[in-house]
Design a protein around this ligand. Structure first.
Ligand code: ZN
Length: 206
C-alpha cells in the first residue's frame, strides 16, 4: 500500500459462481466473509513461503479494494466514496487445512499469504475492473468485477454494517474460477490490468 496501512483485511468467499462450483460449494445468499491478519501481507517480489504444516497451497487472484475514510454503516449508493484505491491481491490459501480445520484462520493466515501490489487509483465504475492470474507465465484465472455475485458497493455496505472500516483497510473481493496449487520454484502473478500488479516467487519453508 502506498500510504497508511490499515487495521485489517476482510475477505469475501464464493463471490463468483464458477469458483463456488469448482470447490463444490453453494453460492451464498449473503456475502460470506472472513479475515486475514495484516502480518500475512508481503510486497511485490517477496517470496510466498509454503509452510511445513500444509501439503496443498493454492493461489487466489483477487481485486483488493482499499478504504480511504473511516466509515460505519455506509449505504450502498454512497459506498464508492469510501474507496481510496485498488490493489492486485493474492489470497494464498492452504486448501488442505481449510478443509480439515473447519474454519479458515490458519489456512488463510500464514505469514506471506497475502501478496499485495502497489495501490492504484480507483476507477469511477468498478465493473470495468478485471483480475488475471498467471503461474509461470501461463494464465490460470480471468474475470471482471461485473461477474461478482455481490458487487463492490454491496460488499462495502455489508461489511461496514458489521465493523467500522478504517483508512488502509482492504477488502479482498473473492476469487474467480481456476484456482490451483503452488509449488516451490513457481512464479505467480496477479494483475488488475491498468491498475496494480503483484509478482511473487514461491519457496518452501526453510
Ligand atoms: Zn479468496
Amino acid at each position: 500500500m502506498t500510504s497508511e496501512r490499515g487495521s485489517k483485511i476482510i475477505c469475501v468467499g464464493r463471490n463468483y459462481v464458477e469458483h463456488a462450483k469448482e470447490l463444490g460449494n453453494e453460492v451464498p445468499s449473503a456475502p460470506l466473509i472472513f479475515m486475514k491478519p495484516p502480518s500475512s501481507i508481503i510486497a511485490n517480489g517477496e517470496a510466498i513461503v509454503i509452510p511445513r504444516a500444509s501439503s496443498r497451497v493454492e493461489y487466489e487472484g483477487e481485486i483488493g479494494i482499499v478504504i480511504g475514510t473511516r466509515v460505519h454503516g455506509v449505504a450502498e449508493r454512497d459506498a464508492t466514496r469510501c474507496v481510496r484505491g485498488v490493489v492486485a491481491l493474492n489470497d494464498v490459501t492452504a486448501r488442505d487445512l481449510q478443509k480439515t480445520d473447519g474454519q479458515w484462520t490458519r489456512a488463510k493466515g500464514f505469514d506471506t499469504f497475502c501478496p499485495m501490489g502497489v495501490e492504484g487509483v480507483a476507477p469511477g465504475a468498478f465493473d470495468g475492473l478485471a483480475v488475471v492470474t498467471r503461474v509461470n507465465g501461463v494464465e490460470r484465472q480471468r474475470a471482471t468485477a461485473a461477474e461478482m455475485v455481490f458487487g463492490i458497493p454491496r460488499l462495502i455496505a455489508y461489511i461496514s454494517e458489521i465493523m467500522t472500516l478504517f483508512p488502509g483497510d482492504v477488502i479482498a473481493t473473492g476469487t474467480p474460477s481456476g484456482v490451483g496449487p503452488l509449488v516451490p520454484g513457481d512464479l505467480v502473478e496477479v494483475e488488475v490490468p491498468g491498475v496494480s500488479r503483484v509478482v511473487n516467487p514461491v519457496r518452501a519453508e526453510a
